[in-house]
Design a protein around this ligand. Structure first.
Ligand code: AGP
Length: 366
């Protein structure tokens, strides 16, 4: 046991459990309940500028990119501005068009990832404006950006990101709310989201209570060599991040796919030997997700669902139920059981959870 992890055994587990406090820190002083909006002082954007840009492009690597995908969906859904997230490591090498009417957002926990820093510099060289969503205060990316949001997640020691991922998604919800309220979102919807954001720490604490149950499930699922992760729309980046967590610390092969794409190929991988972790929130795609689960069960595949309620027993083998909040904020909560699943699988398999083989905390080289 690592005693520096204060009785949690590992930093990864300590950081998973720090999430309610980290989310509270990132929200502090940034929400206005009365007007249903978010104040982000470091953005350096006037309301007029916030209204005028035509697109949002989010750039980061690994988990930062997946958190960016959650952010892009939130921004497009709430602020109704086209938004997407791309790996910074790809973007910088493809001579991308830099558009003065696009708001660029660079995401990094460490603030030192070289691919992300080089991306920021390339955008600025071509006249683009870049905001940072960064945890490490005063880091290279934070200093290079033209403004931004600090996560205030506290230090993240474990190589595998957990709390920084969650807090990045929360900060994208703040950015989306801010942009939405200077564009077309109603005060009532803004207030609904503010209440949803303020409820997150308690809801995360409720999910953390499920740890013993998840540790039990890990005993079963750690026996497989391959695991499929699926989700639709809001569930998609959650599935991708869940698969990355499992790969990084347990070394099991995990593959993430949009549930909608399963029948276009990866369904061939489904068998009693390859279980599926399915993200099945109570949203407008619930019935579609159940149809996909039926297709998996018909091939003898086991299903572990992350859901808001019990699902029909012929469609799932196990279900982890997370509290339901505002649908736009669902991805923030749905991912947390997957962190615990990856952690307990790795512990059972006897791996060095905080220092996975071949990985470094921040990748400061090309
Ligand atoms: C996450 O678990 C990873 N180890 C990795 O994908 C990480 O998110 C990525 O390297 C980006 O790091 P950064 O946020 O410090 O830029």
């Amino acid at each position: 046991p690592d005693y520096h992890a204060e009785g949690y055994g590992h930093f990864m587990r300590k950081e998973i459990h720090d999430q309610p406090a980290a989310v509270e820190r990132t929200l502090r002083g940034r929400l206005d309940e009365r007007f249903g909006t978010a104040h982000l002082g470091g953005l350096n954007l006037t309301p007029r500028e916030s209204r005028e840009f035509k697109r949002v492009k989010i750039l980061g690597c690994g988990s930062a990119h997946y958190a960016g995908q959650i952010g892009a969906q939130m921004i497009e859904e709430l602020a109704r501005v086209p938004a997407d997230s791309e790996p910074a490591s790809e973007f910088r090498y493809r001579n991308p068009l830099i558009d003065p009417e696009t708001l660029y957002v660079a995401v990094s926990q460490s603030g030192e990832t070289y691919d992300t820093l080089a991306t920021v510099q390339e955008i600025q060289r071509k006249g683009g404006r870049v905001l940072g969503v960064v945890n490490a205060v005063g880091s290279s990316i934070a200093r290079q950006c033209d403004g931004g949001i600090y996560l205030h997640a506290g230090p993240e020691i474990s190589v595998t990101s957990t709390k920084a991922f969650t807090v990045t998604a929360v900060d994208f919800a703040l950015l989306a709310l801010h942009l939405a309220r200077v564009r077309d979102l109603s005060p009532a919807d803004g207030q609904r989201l503010v209440r949803g954001l303020l409820a997150l720490p308690e809801r995360i604490s409720d999910i953390l209570q499920l740890e013993d149950r998840i540790a039990d499930l890990a005993k079963h699922y750690s026996n497989f060599q391959n695991v499929m992760f699926i989700g639709r729309v809001r569930g998609c980046p959650v599935a991708r991040e869940g698969a990355l967590k499992l790969k990084e610390v347990s070394y099991l092969h995990a593959e993430a796919y949009p549930a909608s794409e399963l029948k276009h190929g990866p369904l061939a991988l489904i068998s009693p030997e390859t279980p599926t972790v399915a993200i099945v929130p109570n949203d407008e795609l619930f019935d579609k997700n159940l149809t996909t689960l039926g297709e998996i069960k018909a091939r003898g595949g086991k299903v572990l669902a992350i859901a808001h309620q019990e699902l029909p027993s012929h469609l799932v083998d196990d279900t982890i139920i997370v509290p339901q909040g505002e649908p736009e904020l669902d991805p923030i909560l749905l991912g947390i059981p997957l962190q615990m699943l990856a952690y307990h699988t790795a512990v059972l398999l006897g791996h060095d959870v905080d220092h996975p083989r071949n990985l470094a905390k921040s990748v400061t080289v090309e």
